[in-house]
Design a protein around this ligand. Structure first.
Ligand code: PMP
Length: 326
């Protein structure tokens, strides 16, 4: 019989799928690392498991403990499913910008959810960063995950996602393109790939309203770069320790409109029902066209599933309201 002991055994080993129509004008092969096959429907299951197991090993997380995290939803889902299997309580602190589906899903997975205002500075006591820190101080036997600075986030991708991509492409990958939020995915995969072959180029996809691209190019943390944006899952108004800027070759910024329109296009043209950051990522690949030649193998990573965006990017009324479609 072939089975896994529990659902955690299905994390990782996701497929690599060719993107066909949207990238037809590019000279190279474009392959998608398709992370929705994870049990929580996102790449975040990988780092959730790694962070929890490392916290158990180091004694930060003890039996019967409470796991607390500020999360845009996917990390919460990953942590929640690991928490269920391992017997921990889960508390998620989320910003009010995130889709209602994400909150409902976290509650369905037994998590307690606190919703905080998005348009306040990170140091504001009402922000989701501050709220998560306060709850972790007030809750006995709790552990604050802090995916932004927790090195196990990056390590998960160094140990699993990176090696999978290397093996699936038989070492032929030339470029890796991925949206950047906490930085765990780009830094873990990017470091592994560059160790295998330093010529592989690592490109981050950023949003307008986020600090990453400017910081990477100038070393300046420019507060003028920070303003509210609609794209979910990528871009930040802080510099997480998990963004290893030295292994990143460059960033490209994708507009909210393009990210939303390309999320719809992936569904309608490739039958890939994916989240908003996948739309940004594939548009990022198209924006980088001048860097690719005939023999290149470009891998783009798609983080999460479309079901979490049915009320937004897959809702034409919402798309019209935002001015994204006519
Ligand atoms: N896309 C989505 C949908 C996400 O939830 C995240 C995580 N915030 C990312 C992209 C970015 O991944 P990472 O945090 O590993 O940089």
């Amino acid at each position: 019989m072939k089975y896994t002991e529990n659902i955690l055994g299905t994390i990782g080993n996701t497929p690599l799928v060719k993107v066909n129509r949207i990238t037809a004008d590019l000279p190279c092969l474009v392959l998608a690392k398709y992370e929705t096959f994870n049990p929580g429907n996102s790449v975040k299951d990988r780092m959730a498991l790694q962070m929890i197991e490392d916290a158990e090993a180091s004694g930060l997380l003890k039996p019967g403990g409470t796991i607390i995290e500020s999360t845009s939803g996917n990390t919460g889902m990953g942590l929640a499913l690991v928490a269920i299997i391992k017997g921990y309580k889960m508390v998620c602190v989320i910003s009010d910008k995130q889709s209602k589906e994400k909150v409902d899903i976290l509650k369905a997975m037994g998590s307690e959810v606190y919703v905080c205002p998005n348009n306040v500075a990170p140091e504001d006591p009402k922000s989701y960063y501050s709220t998560a820190r306060r709850l972790s101080q007030e809750t006995p036997n709790s552990w604050y995950v802090n995916q932004y600075d927790n090195p196990s986030n990056y390590k998960a991708h160094y140990l699993s996602t990176g090696p999978e991509i290397w093996e699936q492409t038989e070492g032929k990958i030339t470029h890796f393109v991925v949206g950047v939020g906490t930085g765990g995915t780009i830094s873990g995969v990017g470091t592994f790939l560059k160790e295998k072959n330093p010529d592989i180029k690592i490109w981050g996809v950023d949003t307008y309203g986020s600090v990453f691209k400017k910081y990477h190019e100038t070393g300046i943390f420019d507060e003028n770069e920070i303003y509210p944006y609609i794209t979910e899952g990528i871009g930040e108004d802080i510099l997480p320790k998990n963004v290893h800027f030295d292994i990143i070759d460059g960033f490209t910024k994708v507009t909210d409109k393009d990210a939303a329109v390309y999320t719809q296009r992936l569904a309608k043209e490739e039958a890939m029902f994916l989240g908003n950051s996948a739309g940004a990522a594939i548009k990022g690949v198209l924006q980088l066209a001048e860097h690719f030649t005939k023999d290149d193998v470009v891998v783009v990573l798609f983080h999460d599933h479309g079901s979490r965006y049915v009320g937004k990017m897959f809702n034409d009324e919402w798309m019209k309201e935002k001015g994204f479609i006519g």
